[in-house]
Design a protein around this ligand. Structure first.
Ligand SMILES: C[S@@+](CC[C@H](N)C(=O)[O-])C[C@H]1O[C@@H](n2cnc3c(N)ncnc32)[C@H](O)[C@@H]1O
Ligand code: SF4
Length: 454
């Protein structure tokens, strides 16, 4: 890849888990009343057929990894588990009261923080209660994020018995020096053991998260990590670009200096090399940052154009309505987004008052809905088209001018009213999506809001 392309396109840009992106939500016009309306509309349109997704945010971690961009609360006090579970169940009851029926769950994902911070008994209590009060789709998918250091056989067995078949483990990098810098020490043997355990129990998809662009990381470290990963061969891999966002409140991104981070060129080389070795090992690149073996459901979904992207990342099927429970969790009705308060104390307080603990959100207008579809098409399938009139929007000519420049740089091709991202263009997918992001273009941020695209 040419360095001039990196120079040209390494800008701050969104990762597009939503459109509009969170900093561009119109919070002034958002209210709990219009959020509830959009929720009911979406539920009535979709619950009977496709069902809904539930995301549960479990924020506790025993120790702070200093690279982490997730919303978490560090504590070793496990007494926090039960009150938090009760609060989640209370929130679920508030949603069920609004929806006024037994929701049909298609997807259930436990994210964090560290879901395996909770004891197996407490997780069982939580999930059993959720399932007792819902119907479950025949083709359900339950998944969770596990920390390799504290996921036990009991965790895996308990969640398997409740219907979980997919787990992803945070690996990041195997070099002990990098692990020390990010305060995330875990051995290869641990990861291997917990992956094998999950397979023996019957999990059909075991994923690993690895990261490039970490402090002190070199290409040889990424190669080492991939060489070890090949020995275990997870079914799915998230190969994340390290997002350096130290300005986000509560982030633990310290313990290293900005100078300790690899340059944009070196980071891009780490990605190129990683991609090459992963492909050699039988993984196919899927969407942005993801790889899967041909036997994994995400590969099949990507091939059949069924893959979807939301705040949980990539999923093998689309549900129109996703309800996020827990602190900081985001819900998505397709027509609107709503985010919960971030402080655990505020969360408890609002639930105590029987109030949905949402503090901000956005209701999409007609233009947002069209752009959302284009960005989703690009992020999931690397192509989008406006052959159908309902995919055009008034500022399309301006967007086309920007897309022409990508074409000249060989990052995409035009065919009638359709663009397809080339292999060379895939690492620049965030930049290509930005050409459609009219809210970003109309109001450029004064301070840095997003991580760099490379
Ligand atoms: C919530 S964590 C996973 C669960 C569990 N807490 C763990 O650490 O194993 C989800 C994943 O997000 C990724 N992640 C967290 N912060 C990141 C950052 N700043 N840049 C890129 N990826 C990040 C890591 O790969 C991590 O495994
Ligand atoms: S990476 Fe996982 S364990 Fe570490 S602080 Fe973030 S959420 Fe917690």
């Amino acid at each position: 890849m040419s360095y001039s392309l990196i120079d040209k396109y390494n800008v701050a840009g969104p990762r597009y888990t939503s459109y509009p992106t969170v900093p561009y939500w119109d919070i002034e016009t958002f209210s709990l009343a219009n959020w509830k309306q959009s929720l009911i509309k979406s539920y009535e349109e979709s619950n009977t057929d496709e069902g809904i997704s539930l995301y549960l945010h479990l924020p506790f971690c025993e120790s702070l990894c200093t690279f982490c961009g997730c919303h978490k609360r560090i504590t070793k006090r496990h007494e926090v588990e039960l009150p938090y579970i009760n609060a989640l169940l209370k929130e679920w009851k508030l949603y069920r009261d609004i929806l006024n029926k037994r929701p049909k769950i298609k997807e259930l994902h436990l994210g964090g923080g560290t879901p395996t911070f909770f004891s197996p008994e407490n997780l069982k209590l939580l999930i059993s209660e959720l399932l007792r009060t819902s119907d479950v789709d025949d083709n359900y998918e339950f998944s969770f994020e596990g920390h390799p250091n504290n996921t036990t056989k009991e965790h895996l067995q308990t969640l398997y018995d409740l219907g979980f078949r997919r787990v992803s483990f945070g690996v990041q990098d195997y070099n002990p020096m990098i692990q020390a810098a990010i305060n995330r020490v875990q051995t290869f043997e641990n990861v291997q053991k917990v992956t094998q355990l999950a397979r023996e129990i019957g999990y059909t998809s075991v994923g690993h998260d690895i990261i490039f662009g970490l402090p002190f990381q070199k290409e040889s470290d990424v190669l080492q990590t991939i060489t070890k990963t090949k020995l275990i061969k997870p079914d799915r891999l998230a190969f994340y670009s390290y997002a350096h966002v130290p300005w986000i409140k509560g982030n633990g991104q310290r313990g290293f200096k900005d100078e300790d981070l690899p340059s944009a060129e070196s980071k891009r080389l780490q990605y190129e090399m990683g991609k090459y070795y992963l492909q050699q090992a039988g993984f196919t690149e899927i969407g942005m940052d993801h790889f899967a073996l041909k036997s994994d459901s995400l590969y099949e979904a990507a091939n059949n154009q069924k893959m979807h992207r939301n705040f949980m990342g990539y999923t093998a099927s689309k549900t129109q309505l996703m309800i996020g429970l827990g602190v900081s969790a985001i819900s998505d009705s397709w027509y609107g987004f709503a985010q919960n308060v971030k402080s655990i104390e505020d969360y408890y307080q609002l639930l105590e008052e029987d109030t949905i603990p949402v503090y901000r959100g956005h209701i999409l207008n007609e233009e947002d809905l069209i752009i959302r579809k284009h960005i989703l098409n690009l992020m999931c399938h690397f192509e989008t088209s406006w052959l159908n009139g309902d995919m055009t929007f008034t500022a399309l000519p301006e967007t086309l001018v920007k897309l022409k420049e990508f074409e000249q740089d060989g990052l995409l091709t035009f065919e009638r009213k359709k663009i397809t991202v080339t292999e060379k263009g895939k690492p620049f997918i965030r930049n290509i999506c930005m050409a459609f992001d009219l809210r970003l273009q109309r109001k450029k941020p004064n301070t840095q809001l997003f991580s760099m695209t490379i």
